[in-house]
Design a protein around this ligand. Sequence first.
Ligand SMILES: Cc1ncc(COP(=O)(O)O)c(C=O)c1O
Length: 375
Amino acid sequence: MKQPGETIPLARPVLGEAEERAVIAVLRSGQLSLGPALGAFERAFAARLDAPFASAVSSGTAGLHLALRAAGVGEGDEVVTSPFSFVASANVALYERARPVFADIDPTTLNLDPQAAAAAITERTRALLPVHIFGYPAEMPAFERLAERHGLAIVEDACEALGAVHADGTPVGGRGHPAVFGFYANKQLTTGEGGMLTLADPALKERIDSERNQGRAPDMGWLDHDRLGFNYRLSEVACALGSVQLERLDGMLSARARLAASYREALAGIEGLGLPCPDLHGNVRGWFVFVVQLPRGSDRERTIAALAASGIQSKPYLPAIHLMSFYRERLGHRPGEFPVCEDVAARSLALPFFPQMSEGQVSRVGEALRGALGR
Ligand SMILES: Cc1ncc(COP(=O)(O)O)c(C=O)c1O
């Protein structure tokens, strides 16, 4: 039997000596939370995205939660969002006893379809929560028009989209609405766990900084709290790591973009296989994952098993949120409600994708996938 060779993982962070030095410096400083690394990371991140402010938090989920609260979303409100996302973008509405209202996605970009979103708006809608899925910029100008027409807030889920740029040249996260980035270990930039909000309004920044820290205003003393808050702080070690990762971001992003181009070549001509959409109309994807749509009629589980037998990790990514058992039971969703999302979710497969991946590894994945699909 042919040996599969070294396993190619789905994702792997880029961590080097600079990260080690930064972490050790924090440990030696003795200040492990709410120290200078926090402000330094926030300022560098905001500058990178041309955003007036940034607030670091313990996860992307925490950032989305605080952003929705700051948008005034509460009990009985509705938040129009994408069913083709990581579950956190819908869960955060439920945290505030609001309802995530799903609308179908665009079959090309896989992002929330503005027309479908418009049709989902009711008098209870309080906010729009578009997701820049797989790092591809959501159609923000259309959502901005919609929000203005209906008096809605916008919260952007940019957890997968660091480095993405809109057609008008604005970086994703730099349009003035609260936008939330995630720094989980598979992201473009990682702090292990972590997240960042970008913001334009200083009052929102103050509220979010307070709520992430148990509701303590900046001028208040220890153990004094004037509002409900959470522990959504990001540690100094994580912030120091984040600042170093930010310095290497351009290199990591261009390595991902190069790999994506290699994947396109390696997978060209596989009949029926859908590839991520290329950058359209001047939008620039911030490459996060390489997700293909398997040909109709192929067996995804068998494909995953065949890839695994060749030492290649792959994963169905993403499942449709509304069809998860919790969402079916809680909100009564059924198959057939969002046909584009359901079709895409049933065929999506994430392939290994990380900056240190070699051209040889990309070819190996391409050959194995071609073989697994019998093409
Ligand atoms: C689209 C999307 N939204 C939200 C999140 C939540 O981020 P975190 O895992 O940092 O809480 C993620 C990250 O996995 C994501 O991919």
